[in-house]
Design a protein around this ligand. Structure first.
Ligand code: ADP
Ligand code: ZN
Ligand code: ZN
Length: 846
């Protein structure tokens, strides 16, 4: 011990988080000359693993001498912490709860611009002028190297300058706009365009001449109406008629029930000019703010209830039917929170962020709102990071009432926005809280956005509002038990009737030879009628329907596992049926065990096929498709939505995507092509998912002032979930579902951890898995299910095996189980010798 004291510098020690999957934080010594500058949350330059450089984050400072030799911190990069103590605490919780390392959390959470490592590539900043004077010798050398080589790594900088520490220099060069980080495959930021309309000349500069324009449309009443609408909206927005900014075409369509053909005709007459205007996605451009609409009486009541519930509960679940005006309530709560000088985090599922909701909120909050999701460029991310950080530390933080809240005090984002360094978070809104895309799948941390939001809010003493028309079973259970407050909105805004849902028996249609391809006569008739009325339609086809199952063509029988409450999946290679939960498998039967018919069919079809077939039956309809393939290219998603909104498309065929964050006004019919595919996915959550999906997609029908029609096609029309959907009866669904969860010991009555083992060779994987499982069973017994081959048994040449660990709800067991998993991993990799078998842990899988 003595000798350590001798070599130990007097500056103390720092535990540093490195952006790596290493298991723990590493301890470095703080050289005395750096000691006054090192604080938790700052970045420091350190060496790790040979001579590699990393910018790590100081997690903790301690005077405790570790029992090993420490390397020194080489440099301190920041003058102020880039993350605050609460954020560090949140990271620690994420790592512990979701069984990953702090480094993995840092990797996911930190903007790339703040993450420097030896391998990180630098490029000349796009705005750098090589003739610019004022570079010092070192900066000059680096800039010169970059003119020759285009990009160099942090390590190259070290070699060029022949010095040990380089990150402070690089950081300075980034701040001066000389170099920037090379963004691999980063989609270049493109502003979004919106369709606008303004008066053409001479009417714009001389509104007195407008009477002439009215004369021009004297014989076209709809054109007259449109021109009047334009004037009325301008007035309402307090925008002069001579403004070149114009109005959103959509606003005009809404007000005058016009469409693009009318505006085009008026453009030809020289009355209007149609043009596109760019709007920034992230920062706040100045815009027309919508007047806040007054709350309807039911909304008023709900607001009072929510606020009352917040007096006692941290979390409130707002269960409001589709179209009940939940967004309007969120706005009210957000306004109150920012008026108190708090920060607000408003979470949406990823897909919903690229749609209309963002526009709606922008119009209300202007530049107080900042948007954060995967399409935001790295540069903008780091700007937003700084904005959120500053919002917490600036003096205006303790703002006096009446003062405008800081830009970025409201963050609208996908789950990753949780990682931003909030310091005075007052409210978190989790919209569509039931959405399973809140769960991160890969890579670690495999966190659930909603659950992590609740913990984050807890750290800040902030409130959480979960909003949805179809609550997750777990959330509703928590609300029923009194853990969360519960507020319900059972009517649509404006008293619009809930959509009329009709169930169509596909087998009956087939028997009567009325079924055409995937479409029942009922659906085709409704579609035709809607098109004749000038309405639009949405057809929904579940994406997960691709998972092949075997079904009897005459009685609808399908194979189920004898141990679990799930359907079996067909595996072509082995020609058998398998359970993805417990691994049970059985040969494909030659005939239907229920009715003896030997016509067993393989199921699974896609949206592309639906679109093609639909064209045959409705040759005149304008059809578009929205699924993951169709929106691969940038902006395609927005284009499809615009086309549909502006009525250039009659029927939109889509997957889950069409259920998220969309609010179309002219949709008369919604068709669900196959409810069976949704309800029989091999998963204990399939009924819940099915209920949510169908109710959400049905909610797209008839949202303005008329009732919409929903056609749900199914083979097995007796499925109890379908009845509950028809009757809009969430409570009945919940009661039945919660009984099943209890009977089969699934969440919320048990907690699940899924462990996935991976290796390129199946035999090594199998033997490793045996070692892992045997070890784990010794400690956790039959709580360990599997190993079983997952639905996709090989990914990128890695074979996979899943174990499911089912734990009764006992707090001590939860922590123990995670420890057992760590030990089993160690046992398999270190003691049994399967060091290359990888282990992914997924806590609370969805
Ligand atoms: P939800 O999110 O609950 O499905 P929305 O918030 O989308 O419902 O509201 C449904 C429709 O009702 C939207 O078109 C919205 O603009 C309108 N709406 C909601 N509240 C009000 C209000 N207080 N005044 C005017 N219109 C409202
Ligand atoms: Zn049968
Ligand atoms: Zn099973």
């Amino acid at each position: 011990m003595e000798q350590y004291h001798e070599i130990a510098p007097s500056g103390g020690f720092a535990e540093v988080i490195l952006p790596l999957a290493v298991a723990k934080v590493y301890t470095y010594s703080i050289p005395p000359e750096l000691a006054p500058y090192v604080q938790p949350g700052m970045r420091v330059e350190v060496e790790f693993g040979g001579r590699k450089l990393y910018a790590g984050i100081v997690y903790r400072i301690t005077s405790d001498q570790p029992p090993f030799r420490t390397k020194p911190i080489l440099a301190v990069l920041d003058e102020q912490a880039v993350i605050n103590p609460t954020t560090l605490q949140f990271w620690k919780w994420l790592a512990d709860y979701y069984c990953c390392t702090m480094g993995e959390v840092m990797e996911a959470a930190f903007p790339a611009y703040l993450k420097l490592t030896s391998e990180r590539r630098l490029v000349l900043d796009a705005n750098f002028d090589p003739n610019e004077p004022g570079l010092d010798d070192k900066e000059y050398l680096i800039a010169e190297a970059l003119q020759i080589q285009e990009s160099i790594t942090v390590d190259d900088v070290r070699k060029i300058l022949n010095q040990k520490t380089v990150m402070p220099l690089i950081k300075r060069m980034m701040e001066k706009g000389i170099v920037s980080i090379y963004e691999e495959l980063q989609e270049k930021y493109k502003p979004k365009k919106v369709a606008c309309v303004r008066l053409a000349e001479p009417y714009r500069s001389t509104p007195d001449l407008l009477s002439e324009a009215f004369d021009l449309c004297a014989r076209a009443p709809r054109q007259t109406e449109t021109l009047m609408a334009f004037i009325a909206i301008s007035k309402a927005l307090k925008q002069p008629l001579d403004s070149t900014k114009g109005l959103l075409r959509q606003q005009v369509y809404d007000k005058a029930s016009a469409d693009s053909s009318i505006l085009r005709a008026m453009e030809k007459k020289g009355i209007f000019e149609l043009f596109e205007r760019s709007v920034s996605r992230v920062g706040g451009e100045e815009r027309d703010l919508d007047d806040m609409k007054t709350l309807a009486p039911l909304q008023e009541e709900a607001l009072v209830e929510i606020e009352k519930a917040f007096e006692e509960k941290q979390v409130v679940l707002l269960h409001g039917v589709t179209g009940s005006g939940k967004t309007r309530l969120y706005v009210e709560l957000v306004n109150k929170a920012i008026a108190e000088g708090k920060q607000v985090l408003y979470l949406l599922p990823e897909v919903a962020l690229t749609t209309q909701v963002v526009e709606r909120l922008r119009k209300i909050f202007g530049n107080k709102i900042a948007v954060y999701h995967h399409r935001v460029s790295q540069q903008e991310r780091v700007e937003l990071w700084q904005l959120v950080l500053d919002a917490g530390t600036s003096p205006s933080a303790n703002q006096v009432s009446g003062q405008a809240p800081a830009a970025g005090s409201i963050v609208l984002g996908a789950r990753s926005a949780l990682f931003l360094p909030f310091s005075k978070l007052g409210l978190v809104i989790v919209d569509e809280e039931h959405d399973s895309s809140y769960k991160q799948q890969d890579p670690a941390p495999r966190y659930h956005g909603r659950d992590a939001a609740i913990y984050l809010a807890h750290l800040h003493g902030a409130k959480v509002l979960l909003g949805t028309a179809t609550p997750a079973i777990e959330s509703y259970y928590n609300a029923r038990k009194g853990k969360y407050g519960l507020v319900e909105l059972n009517e649509r805004f404006g008293g619009v009737a809930m959509p009329d849902i009709q169930l169509v028996d596909l087998r009956k249609e087939a028997r009567e030879r009325k079924l055409q391809s995937y479409f029942s006569s009922v659906l085709l008739d409704e579609l035709k009628a809607a098109l004749e009325r000038g309405e639009q339609a949405i057809l929904f086809k579940n994406r997960r329907g691709y998972a092949p199952t075997i079904r009897c063509a005459s009685c609808g029988w399908h194979a189920e596992c004898i141990h679990c409450d799930v359907s079996l999946t067909y595996h072509k290679h082995q020609n058998n049926l398998r359970c993805h939960y417990c691994g049970y498998s059985t040969p494909v039967p030659v005939a239907c065990p229920a009715c003896g018919n030997n016509e067993l069919k393989l199921q699974g079809y896609g949206t592309q096929k639906v679109e093609d077939e639909l064209k045959i039956y409705l040759p005149d309809a304008r059809i578009a498709r929205m699924d993951y393939d169709a929106v691969k290219t940038k902006d395609a998603h927005q284009r499809i939505i615009n086309d549909f909104e502006e009525r250039r498309v009659d029927i939109l065929v889509g997957t889950q995507m069409v259920t998220k964050g969309l609010d179309f006004e002219n949709v008369g019919v919604v068709g669900v092509l196959s409810a069976d595919h949704i309800l029989q996915f091999p998963d204990f959550r399939s009924a819940e998912r099915g209920f949510q999906l169908i109710v959400q997609v049905a909610g797209r029908a008839g949202r303005k002032d008329k009732q919409g029609k929903v056609i749900v096609q199914a083979m097995n029309v007796t499925h109890p979930v379908l009845r509950e959907i028809l009757e809009h009866d969430f409570k009945a669904f919940y009661e039945r579902e919660i009984m099943e969860r209890k009977a089969f010991a699934y969440p919320p009555f048990a907690r699940l951890i899924k462990v996935t083992l991976k290796h390129k060779k199946p035999d090594i994987l199998n033997r490793g898995a045996r070692a892992f499982t045997t070890y784990l069973r010794k400690n956790l017994g039959n709580r360990v299910l599997g190993p079983a081959v997952p639905p996709v048994g090989r990914v990128r040449n890695f074979f996979l095996l899943d174990l499911l660990i089912k734990l009764e709800r006992k707090p001590s067991l939860w922590a123990e189980a995670k420890e057992h998993i760590r030990k089993a991993t160690y046992h398999m990799q270190k003691e049994a010798g399967f060091s290359n078998v990888r282990v992914n842990v997924d806590v609370d899988p969805v």
